[in-house]
Design a protein around this ligand. Structure first.
Ligand code: F6P
Length: 548
């Protein structure tokens, strides 16, 4: 298997980077009055303005060549057709199928029509959501359900939580949805404090039904239910599960008819579109859940069919590679200028870092390039008063994605114009910066003495030429949120394909789980810890001492 550094486009890009190193983005705008128009592409309700990048036409065509040399077109086809592209687990990767069941009849994978299974699960979800919303589903004391607690972690938690939060304006009033993930008992304690077992349903979301945190929290929920008057024989009225491990869910005590299926061909961090998204559907209704799927499907179709030079995931993916591998960017920031999307960076962080935090090529050889960046970020404008300082004047290059709706769900006075103005001014400031001369003039105009000018002006210099993308949509709707997340899923895949890694396994998390069990046994039992490092020994002793 070829490492990407062996591609001819890679070598050309390395040379091209030398030429571009002295080019300022502002000069690219000055030389091309149509730059904003040409460096723009749209799909599924989103427009990407990628003009504020350190890229000219040569850069873009070399990045396209790189994607082609890495076999992106074939890789996309392989994913959509159900090939086992997750080679280390010998699995298909078909989150796209979860969004295709309303427009496509069949997709045969390993002899099974997966779309038929998806449709039947959606029907099962429809029934459950309707029963909860309409009040037909009753608790053990014949009360209607007012609260649903989703218990899961990782992909079985973050995606549903972030989307449910993003769609707050669409929330149905009848039922409140809560999320519990952390094994820290404070998480479930705080959530349960306000709830009544007679009117609460728990949805245990775990693909494996074997994840420590989820099982602990599920047990705590069941204990709470029984301790507070819930009868053991009516537990089925209060517990449902989403899992591919029906046996384990049944063994836990969940009635088989309350178990929603999951499949091996859906990775955890790509699973919000499956029944793992049940909390979303309960929160915003099934129609909005279908719109979410539809928006993602539109992005899928775009990814599969649009020419590479107008293909949003390919453009964003390859530009990311340009900065990571040719400009030594270590991180990538996502900054949504939308309160409801404030947790999006956390979901994309999980999606991207669990997918592309890898050091081996698909064939097992070590990589010879950097791979996935550290993804981070948070909502604007809040971040402007926190970490944006580093974006503007720090020593690191941090490419940024600004994400904003053109209209607000909450048009309070002219807040939205201010919000939007701040979003645009940040990308502008990152690009244009401020020269020493400008800083000096500014200070002189403000009446500073020459001594003050000399002392302060260097601190006011902002280097500029820092790249960003801006993603705009009319309004944050279920469809636009679906399309946005699908865009980032595919961007992750594009980068993984270029680096030649498997974006769909996650072996790195296993060691921590194994060691966690070993340490737990040492914490709760008498054990000889002398073979451990002295730091771990001391930390174990501190814990034991505190408990006694
Ligand atoms: O942390 C690893 C991981 O396997 C994630 O990939 C997954 O989303 C999460 O744990 C939860 O797994 P499960 O849904 O099986 O409980």
């Amino acid at each position: 298997m070829r490492s990407p550094t062996e591609f001819s486009a890679w070598k050309k890009l390395a040379e091209h980077q030398q030429q571009m190193a002295s080019v300022d983005m502002t000069s690219l705008f000055a030389a091309d009055p149509k730059r904003a128009e040409t460096y723009q592409a749209s799909a599924a309700g989103w427009t990407l303005d990628f003009a504020k990048n350190r890229a000219n036409n040569t850069t873009l065509s070399l990045l396209k060549e790189l994607a082609q040399e890495a076999g992106i077109e074939q890789a996309i086809e392989d994913m959509f057709s159900g090939a086992h592209i997750n080679n280390t687990e010998d699995r298909s990767v078909l989150h796209v199928a979860l969004r295709a069941s309303q427009t496509q009849d069949s997709l045969m994978v390993d002899g099974v029509n997966v779309l038929a299974e998806v449709r039947s699960t959606l029907k099962q979800m429809e029934k459950f959501v309707w029963q909860l919303q309409s009040g037909q589903w009753r608790g053990y004391a014949n009360q209607r359900i007012t609260d649903v607690v989703s218990i899961g972690i990782g992909g079985s938690y973050l995606g549903p939580k972030v989307v449910a939060e993003a769609l707050t304006p669409y929330a149905q009033q009848q039922i409140k949805v809560h999320f519990v993930a952390n094994i820290d008992g404070s998480d479930i304690t705080e959530k349960l404090k306000k709830l009544n077992p007679e009117t609460t349903v728990f949805v245990i979301s775990s693909k494996s039904f074997g994840t420590l945190e989820t099982l602990y929290n599920a047990n705590a929920a069941r204990d709470w239910f029984l301790r507070n008057g819930g009868p053991e024989d009516l537990i089925h009225k209060h517990f449902a599960a989403v899992s591919s491990n029906v046996k384990k869910a049944v063994a836990f005590g969940i009635a088989e008819e309350n178990i929603f299926p999951m499949w091996d061909w859906v990775g955890g961090r790509y699973s919000l579109w499956s029944a793992i998204g049940l909390p979303i559907a309960i929160a915003v209704g099934m129609e909005n859940f279908y719109s979410l799927l539809d928006g993602a499907h539109q992005m899928d179709e775009h990814f599969r069919t649009a020419p590479l030079e107008k293909n949003l995931p390919v453009l964003m993916g390859t530009l990311g590679v340009w900065y990571i591998n040719f400009h030594n960017a270590q991180t990538h920031a996502l900054i949504p200028y939308d309160h409801y999307l404030r947790a999006l960076p956390a979901h994309i962080q999980q999606l991207d870092m669990e997918s592309n935090g890898k050091a081996n090529l698909i064939n097992g050889d070590g990589v010879t390039t950097d791979t996935g960046p550290i993804i981070w970020g948070g909502a604007g404008t809040n971040g402007q008063h926190a970490y944006h300082q580093l974006l503007h004047q720090g020593t690191r290059l941090v490419p940024v994605d600004f994400i904003a709706p053109l209209t607000s769900h909450n048009p309070v006075a002219d807040h939205h114009a201010q919000l939007f103005a701040n979003c645009l001014s940040q990308s502008q400031a990152l690009m244009v910066g401020k020269s020493l001369e400008q800083a000096q003039t500014e200070l002189r105009d403000a009446g500073a003495s020459e001594e003050q000018v000399a002392a302060i002006a260097p601190h006011k210099v902002i280097p500029g030429n820092r790249p960003s993308n801006t993603l705009l949509t009319d309004k944050m709707t279920p469809a636009s949120v679906g399309a946005l997340i699908a865009l980032y899923e595919h961007r992750t895949f594009v980068q993984g394909t270029i680096w030649g890694i498997n974006s769909f396994d996650q072996w790195g998390v296993e060691l921590g789980k194994v060691l966690g069990t070993d340490i737990y046994n040492r914490l709760v039992n008498d054990s000889d810890n002398s073979e451990l490092d002295t730091s771990t020994q001391a930390l174990i002793s501190a814990f034991k001492k505190a408990q006694s």
